[in-house]
Ligand binder design. Sequence first.
Ligand code: CU
Ligand code: ZN
Length: 183
Amino acid sequence: MTIHRSAATLAFCGLIGLASPSFAEQHADHHEGARVTKAEAILIPTKDSKVEGRITFTQDGERVKVHAVITGLTPGLHGFHVHEYGVWSEDGMAAGGHFNPAGHPHADVTVKERHVGDLGNITADESGKATLDLDDAILSLHGPHSILGRGVVVHEKADDLKSQPSGDAGGRLAVGTIGVSKP
Ligand code: CU
Ligand code: ZN
């Protein structure tokens, strides 16, 4: 009976697709309107860290603009990634590894076949403040590359952009959850 019913459902869907091409268009339009266009993460320092910050992600067509302002760092480079889980913990480890839905190796933000979460490094000035502006075509706020609900992590050390699986960037200084924001 179950098989019978699935076959009938498939046939029905196929019929709609053939008979009414505008159905798909209407559905796409509706979906477009519901799409998330802005997301935001507030960094919360891990144990013994003073690193705080805010990162905004704005969808612009197929690209995402990333704007980050982070304070409380030691001067220099710090690995900056989107990790698989958007969960804070004292050591930052609850965020898991780099968000990597396509199974690519760890790489620089400029490499096409990289972890979706590979955003390279941020650079802190003498006062410990880093700002970053990126425009990226791999990150997304929808579809299989969607970073919604995942975690932003700032690291103790520089990401060397080549060591596997995460650039040898050391401990985790802050974690923030990427939440849907008002457009
Ligand atoms: Cu990381
Ligand atoms: Zn990576």
